[in-house]
Design a protein around this ligand. Structure first.
Ligand code: ZN
Length: 206
């Protein structure tokens, strides 16, 4: 399984999604149910590495903008870097307990398969998402901006767009052009990337 959801209690649930490299086999995914954030914009933080270079910062901003442009709404309230020596969750990366803050960060050391480029964990009370984290694999060589000329380039911004899709409550989609396709397609061009408008509207409650 590349992603699975497992109930922690009858009221509280947690969902985990992974994005794979193109070379990986596609397997099934657990349904995440109709969970959504109740209020927008959602407060988010990044780690320092996420914005460590102009290219990295541009990709991060492009990813946030992608969803806001798709919806015409202010979805994220980016509050800067998560300044803590501790991870934004309790427990281990394999089995996080409580998510302390919504942070997008490089998880080092990487805790799961080397072909997993990113992983999003969402926690919910009933159908209301209360927290989410996005963990990025620090050992992947990402390319930045529109790296379409690099045939097998692992796009940082497309990876972030995909994980942010989970972050706001979207599930995987089996259309290769859809940004929620569970295998990262080569290149960083956002042209022709599609979203499931119905699911997006449901996730945002609009
Ligand atoms: Zn995914």
């Amino acid at each position: 399984m590349i992603c699975q959801g497992w109930p922690v209690s009858s009221l509280r649930s947690r969902f985990l999604f992974s994005l794979l490299l193109l070379s990986s086999a596609l397997t099934g995914c657990a349904k995440n149910g109709a969970t959504r954030w109740e209020t927008f914009p959602i407060t988010v933080y990044s780690d320092n590495q996420m914005i460590s270079t102009p290219d990295a910062q541009a990709d991060f901003q492009d990813a946030l903008n992608f969803w806001e442009q798709k919806t015409g709404r202010k979805i994220f309230n980016y509050k800067g870097t998560w300044n803590s020596n501790n991870p934004p969750y309790t427990g281990t990366p394999e089995n996080p307990g409580t998510i302390l803050e919504n942070v997008i960060f490089f998880q080092n050391p990487w805790h799961t398969s080397s072909n997993v480029v990113g992983q999003t964990i969402v926690t919910a009370q009933g159908t209301s998402i209360d927290h989410a984290i996005i963990m990025i694999n620090p050992y992947i060589e990402f390319c930045h901006r529109d790296c379409s000329s690099r045939e097998w380039g692992n796009s940082s911004r497309k990876n972030l767009i995909h994980e942010l899709g989970h972050f706001i409550g979207l599930k995987h989609n089996q259309d290769e052009n859809n940004v929620m396709y569970p295998i990262l397609q080569p290149g960083g061009s956002l042209e022709g990337l599609t979203v499931n408008e119905t699911e997006l509207a449901e996730a945002l409650g609009i």
